[in-house]
Design a protein around this ligand. Structure first.
Ligand code: ZN
Length: 472
């Protein structure tokens, strides 16, 4: 039975289920409410992972600047410039005419109604209204203007022209750029003509604009940026989720999957428009393998979003067995080697061996020649059976110096390709200096296997590169 443990920082609730520890973390934050991190113990057990060091933070630095100063009418510029007579007043939009009752001698403009066919409006889409206006008076209302106010902002006016006595008109009104919330739309009709009643010239109605959130999985990575790690080592991950929609997202559930199985759900109470949620946590992988991790925000679509296609990010990591390593290795990523000088048959493949490591794609260490160091390489005739010998001088986990010897007798006797054979042996011995042990427990190719074909394998293999990177 594999071990399974859950550690949580600032753990408030802790309870036990079956034989495994199971933790639910609740943390109170004044500004954002409660969040929780729930582990699926069965998956964590089957994948042999340990979860710890959860932190969550909210960043608001990218909150959208979206104020009502940006209101535009019918796409015709900003509020202050919004006198859009041609757009609003079209004779062919008259819904009725000549049927209003004349009630007085003077003109009498009346703002009868302001309506919207669909409510609430969606933030970001044009809001379509209709207003009905009549002249109940006995004379024409000349130079009629309708002024628009949204909440306390004067937006502008529409030139309606002249309204004949006894006429009722219906006008379309389109407004863009209103933010989420309830807003009062006020229309106020004026004319240069005298009126009998000014109290019916104004109408104000409340309308609701509703935004739709769009949760976006912005990033999911290891904190170090590395992709390979040693078995049993805590690997810190971080992910961020941003609300790029127009409405607040409430009750967010971020699913974390490992090899396609949900292993944790991070719940978060709410995320405002433009805000980013950043979460980090550590996983300890107790079995060497390749793991595919996935962040899937709002996986069950419990939040209605404008776009569900940007909710996931993946991160693959390779976990290397602890048995792939010696107990000591060079402590920094640059490893010096004393210069050496041999005939071309040896010098060229020996130099190539150093390049084979240095040129390995993604490798995080570099060998270089330095006459002041104590790390030596010698090629000489030796009576022993070995091809190469690695002689370390270590202190604890730290390699202080090393001497590598290449046995020219054995290599010359057994090689069908002397250049390749020299490289295979030297690359292998250099591998020891950067922690690699002989015969690692993997089914993958490795320069560290004794039974490799030394006439053909001259370079560190992908597994070797991952294994070295996991240590540095
Ligand atoms: Zn070896």
């Amino acid at each position: 039975m594999k071990r399974f443990k859950v550690f949580c920082v600032l753990m408030i609730l802790f309870f036990t289920m079956t034989n495994y520890s199971y933790a639910l973390q609740q943390q109170q934050n004044d500004s954002v409410g409660k969040h929780s991190f729930i582990i699926n113990e069965e998956v964590a057990k089957s994948e042999n992972i340990t979860v710890e060091n959860l932190t969550i933070e909210l960043s608001d630095e990218e909150t959208k600047e979206q104020t009502e100063k940006g209101i535009i009418i019918n796409g015709q510029g900003t509020a202050q410039e919004a006198t859009v007579a041609e757009e609003i007043y079209k004779k062919n939009t008259l819904s009725s005419s000549g049927n209003a009752t004349v009630r007085a001698e003077l003109a009498d403009l009346s703002m009868n109604s302001l309506t919207a066919e669909v409510q609430p409006f969606e933030v970001g889409e044009t809001a379509n209204f209709e207003f009905e206006m009549a002249n109940y008076g006995g004379t024409t209302a000349f130079n009629t203007y309708v002024y628009l106010t949204i909440d306390d902002d004067n937006i502008g006016g529409f030139n309606i022209g002249s309204i004949l006595p006894g006429y009722t008109y219906t006008f379309p009104l389109m407004i863009d750029g209103i933010t989420e919330g309830t807003h009062e739309i006020i229309l106020n009709a004026t004319s240069i003509s005298l009126e009998t009643d000014y109290s019916n010239n104004i109408i104000g109605e409340d309308f609701v604009w509703q935004g739709v959130p769009d949760l976006v999985a912005k990033s999911f990575n290891t904190v170090s940026g590395d992709t390979s790690f040693v078995e049993g080592e805590a690997v810190a991950f971080t992910f961020s989720v941003k609300n790029e929609g127009t409405g607040i997202a409430e009750g967010i559930q971020n699913y974390l999957l490992i090899n396609g199985q949900e292993f944790a759900i991070l719940s978060y109470p709410s995320l405002n428009v433009g805000s980013t949620l950043t979460c980090s946590f550590s996983l300890t992988f107790n079995s060497p393998s390749d793991y595919n991790l996935q962040l899937y925000v709002n996986k069950d679509h419990s939040i209605v979003e404008s776009n569900y296609n940007n909710n996931t990010k993946t991160k693959a990591v390779t976990i290397i067995s602890e048995w792939a390593y010696l107990d000591y290795g060079w402590s920094t990523t640059t490893i010096p080697i004393q210069p050496y000088s041999y005939n071309d048959v040896w010098q060229t493949p020996m130099d190539a061996s150093i390049s084979n490591w240095n040129d390995a794609v993604g490798l995080e260490v570099t060998f270089y020649k330095d006459s002041s160091c104590n790390n030596t390489v010698t090629a000489e005739y030796r009576p022993e059976e070995w091809y190469g010998l690695y002689d370390p001088n270590e202190s604890g986990n730290e390699l202080i110096s090393f001497d590598i010897t290449l046995n020219s007798r054995r290599i010359s006797e057994d090689a069908t390709n002397v250049s390749n054979f020299i490289q295979s042996v030297f690359v292998h011995e250099l591998g020891h200096s950067i922690w690699l042990r002989d015969n690692p427990p993997t089914g993958l190719d490795s320069i560290m296997y004794h039974f490799r074909d030394r006439n053909t394998m001259t370079e560190p293999q992908e597994y070797d590169i991952d294994a070295v990177n996991a240590k540095y």
